[in-house]
Design a protein around this ligand. Structure first.
Ligand SMILES: Nc1ncnc2c1ncn2[C@@H]1O[C@H](COP(=O)(O)OP(=O)(O)OP(=O)(O)O)[C@@H](O)[C@H]1O
Length: 849
């Protein structure tokens, strides 16, 4: 029979113990142990109610007491004192500003747990035993070495290359023994600090092990190459549960099992900065779920094909990613009660400013270049199509191709996919006509017609083609782009446009057509996928949203994208930290507290009414006196006191996001925040002879009947609509049990085998994954109601328990197996178990059967 001590330990702890025993055997007993016991939770309050003082100690000396124990205790006190001292000094845990302190000590402190070496005993021990430590070189790169000597404040570290460097002692971090190099789960690291986590991920990455666990979270480091771990054979391995290695398939499997067992909708929340690999990861998740839930309906194949259409219409080349999603999408996969896929629904969240305006070196949506490069001759002639460089909207950024991408080939694939979604040839033709119309609209030019700067559209090839493709007469389009009617008491008067009004009107029409076409396509896809609407089972949703962006110059697009990422981070914080802590508190469980960077302040900066970024921006929507410069001034005057806001020079203002500070230039903010169409243009579209323009116009007309506050009202600003759609997505996600996947971008060049330390470190600091690991280590990840525990393990009791009360049965089981009090806590409604403990019960259960 296993001893109670063994029972209370996970296999990792046993491994650590054997290491310690090995280490202890060749040193005097009164020295501190080489490996510390698992650190207590930072703000842990001892439970006085049910369990005795937690004694979650893996050190063999600790049980025997004595001098070794005394020294270990002293050491632990020192470590904790050191930590507490530092926390008091610098932390306002509610401020995302903490996270923004990327470089330097403050950032490091957030990462530290079993962190900095301090105390002459401790350093002396590391010197004597030649134990590895990590230190950061002046260039920011982490190196490991052994401490050669110390003067207390400063230490000399011998590096592997023979160099000796002088380092401030408080910047030394203990390294893990080599046996822990490359562990699957950061939870298993004996020392959890920035360099050890960083080293572990790098170690794995260099061996093509791109997935790692961080407690409940999966970390996926983008390999930028095919690492051959997503094929059918690997799918089968995970389906057969033949491996427990971290993988996106394992997370999908887990979600599927929880959905089937608990009857609860699930979600996979994929986060990471632009280019980190979210979209690819989402595709692998869909691939696995399709394999798990594949029936004979074939929907799973169609779900997999959606990405071809969605990416063509929603992705672009940016400076961070050649295939960057410029929209957020939630793919909801529906399952029958038997676990078979029976339908799917795609929800999107986007805005379209990219259609008409591009930053240098970036492309517009892929579909435009694909159409220009790959349209068959007959289609080219029907659309009077030219090459991409001939269109102003595409040529403006001097970036027309992507290295290694064959746009023409992609277009053929795109057309095949439209067939799969049963979009008829006639409808396809109309859709391509709309795309070509957008391109021709961008080529429409205007010329002055009087001395008051009024203009009208030129009667040229662009106007003629655009009008023909939309399905109206060219003079009708010309009129709608050159003037508008205004109702006055005396009747209608015609107001001629200035150059900028005419360009804005033309661009608004182009954006509207593109956005409507995208929505129409998604609707067609959903119509086909939603065959299982009447499903009686549950769903798994996969969220893939544009990643956090920070460029040299950031505009309205980044403003919206980064706001969406703040919302996503809040969802993560809420589920990983807040709800977890709330649950402990409500159930009377003491002291599991982990500091995390709450981004609520930043969200408030965006959302607060009437003084928040979004409200202040909308205030100027219909104000003729407002311009980008007055907007910047107004923001500074009203928001300068807010912790996450930073005024800057001229039209620029800064926001301290959870992932770093971003400076936004208000240039064109007001224009981009407005995309209402003139009634003349809606009228024009509704009278066109094409089916699609009519459909788009009818939808718009219906929306004008909505109350002005409705999300769909055309009177709403772009940012208000965006926020509304984002909220809808988040509401949908709130109804699900989330599983988090954190994608990491290892280098800026999008190259395989390159690992940029500063970039990875910054993402790790900002993502909150380390805090989540700490939460798991100090918390009780396994929990079940007293009844569930009694039902599951009550039969193990050797003596019959007189009381039918599940709580007393549960307590009797725990007592019978001498479970150390620190390994569990008993709440009002549930029993909470430390990591690994339930496995031991399961083992016992199996043995007894
Ligand atoms: N698991 C993977 N295996 C191989 N290559 C990958 C993997 N994940 C990502 N990549 C590569 O990295 C590129 C960027 O990935 P992806 O488009 O998924 O990033 P993203 O996080 O969705 O970015 P964005 O927020 O800009 O949309 C992909 O086009 C692909 O080349």
């Amino acid at each position: 029979m296993l001893s109670p001590t063994t029972l209370a330990r996970s296999s990792l702890e046993e491994m650590l113990e054997s290491l310690r025993l090995r280490d202890n055997s060749d040193r005097p007993k009164d020295l501190p142990p080489a490996l510390p016991s698992r650190p207590p939770s930072r703000a842990r309050i001892r439970s006085g109610r049910w369990s005795a003082q937690p004694n979650f100690n893996t050190d063999s000396n600790s049980e025997s007491g004595g001098e070794g124990q005394r020294k270990e205790n002293e050491l632990r006190v020192k470590r904790n004192t050191f930590w507490n001292k530092k926390r008091r000094k610098d932390v306002n845990v509610n401020s995302p500003y903490n996270v923004v302190a990327v470089e330097g000590i403050e950032g490091e402190e957030r990462m530290e747990e079993t962190g900095v070496l301090e105390g002459s005993d401790n350093i002396g021990y590391f010197i004597e035993k030649k134990l590895r430590v990590w230190c950061r070189q002046s260039n920011g790169v982490w190196v490991s070495g052994t401490i050669h000597s110390t003067s207390g404040e400063e230490s000399f570290v011998s590096l592997a290359n023979g160099n000796v460097v002088k380092v401030s002692t408080c910047h030394l971090f203990p390294a893990n023994p080599e046996i822990l190099d490359g562990v699957d789960d950061l939870l298993h690291l004996s020392y959890l600090n920035e360099p050890t986590v960083f080293h572990n991920l790098k170690y794995r990455y260099s061996r093509d092990m791109i997935y790692s666990k961080a407690g409940p979270i999966l970390i996926a480091v983008n390999p930028f190459k095919d690492v051959q771990i997503n094929g059918k054979d690997i799918v089968t391995t995970y389906k057969q549960k033949a491996t427990d290695k971290p993988h996106v398939f394992a997370i999908a499997e887990n979600a599927y099992n929880e959905m089937m067992n608990d009857g609860v909708n699930q979600s996979l929340m994929i986060s990471g900065e632009s280019g980190a690999g979210k979209t690819e990861t989402a595709k692998f998740a869909v691939q696995y779920l399709a394999a798990l839930g594949g029936g004979n309906v074939g929907i799973e194949c169609q779900i997999l094909q959606t990405s071809c259409i969605l990416e063509a219409f929603g992705n672009s080349k940016t400076s961070m990613n050649d295939n960057s999603s410029r929209f957020g999408k939630l793919i909801e996969i529906h399952f029958t009660a038997a676990g078979k896929i029976c339908g799917s629904k795609i929800r999107t969240c986007k805005h379209q400013s990219r259609v008409v305006q591009l930053a240098a070196g970036e492309r517009s949506y892929h579909i435009f270049y694909q159409l220009c490069a790959g349209a068959p001759q007959a289609l080219r002639e029907r659309l009077n199509l030219k090459m991409a460089k001939e269109y102003n909207y595409l040529a403006q950024s001097d970036c027309l191709v992507i290295n290694g991408v064959d746009d023409a080939q992609r277009f053929l694939k795109f057309m095949e996919t439209l067939d799969i979604f049963q979009i008829s040839k006639g409808e396809q033709d109309q859709a391509f006509a709309m795309l070509a119309a957008v391109l021709w609209l961008g080529n429409i030019s205007f010329h002055a017609i009087d001395y008051e700067n009024h203009v009208e559209a030129s009667n040229d090839e662009a106007l003629i083609n655009a009008a023909r493709l939309i399905g109206c007469e060219s003079h009708e389009l010309k009129e709608a782009l050159s003037a508008r009617r205004i109702q006055t008491e005396e009747g209608n008067i015609v107001e001629k446009f200035t150059m900028s009004q005419a360009i804005d009107t033309r661009d608004a029409l182009a954006k509207f057509i593109y956005a409507s076409l995208f929505d129409w396509l998604v609707e067609q896809i959903n119509n086909l996928l939603e065959v299982g609407k009447q499903h009686t089972g549950w769903s798994i949703s996969i969220l893939d949203i544009y990643g956090f962006e920070s460029f040299k110059k950031n505009s309205f697009e980044q403003f919206c994208i980064n706001y969406a990422n703040e919302r996503l981070q809040q969802h993560f914080n809420r589920h990983v930290f807040k709800l977890e802590q709330e649950e402990y508190e409500l159930d009377g469980i003491d002291g599991v507290k982990v500091d995390f960077a709450d981004n609520q302040e930043c969200l408030d900066l965006f959302e607060k009414k009437p003084i928040g970024l979004l409200s202040l921006l909308d205030e100027d929507l219909h104000s003729p006196a407002a311009n980008d410069a007055t907007l910047a001034n107004k923001l500074k005057q009203n928001l300068n006191g807010m912790a996450c806001f930073k005024g800057d020079k001229g039209r620029v203002f800064g926001v301290r996001h959870f992932a770093g500070e971003v400076l936004y230039d208000t240039n064109d903010f007001l224009k981009k925040n407005q995309d209402s169409l003139n009634p003349e243009l809606i009228e024009l579209l509704s009278s066109c002879n094409g089916q699609l323009p009519q459909l788009f116009a009818i939808k718009m007309l219906n929306q004008t009947l909505e109350p002005a506050t409705s999300l769909d009202s055309p009177n709403q600003s772009v940012s208000a609509k965006f926020k509304g759609k984002l909220f809808k997505l988040m509401q949908q996600l709130e109804k699900t049990k989330p599983h988090f996947i954190c994608c990491i971008k290892p280098n800026r060049k999008q190259l395989p085998g390159m690992y940029e330390e500063d970039l990875v470190s910054q993402q790790l600091r900002c993502s909150g994954v380390l805090e989540a690991v700490r939460m798991s280590r100090s918390g009780y990840p396994t929990r079940m109601t007293h009844q569930e525990f009694a039902d599951r393990y009550g039969f193990l009791l050797l003596e019959t328990n007189e009381s039918p009360d599940p709580l007393s049965i549960s307590v009797a089981v725990l007592k019978q197996f001498n479970i150390l009090p620190g390994m569990y806590q008993i709440g009002y409604t549930k029993l909470y178990l430390r990591i690994g403990l339930e496995m031991n019960f399961t083992y016992y259960g199996k043995k007894s059967l």
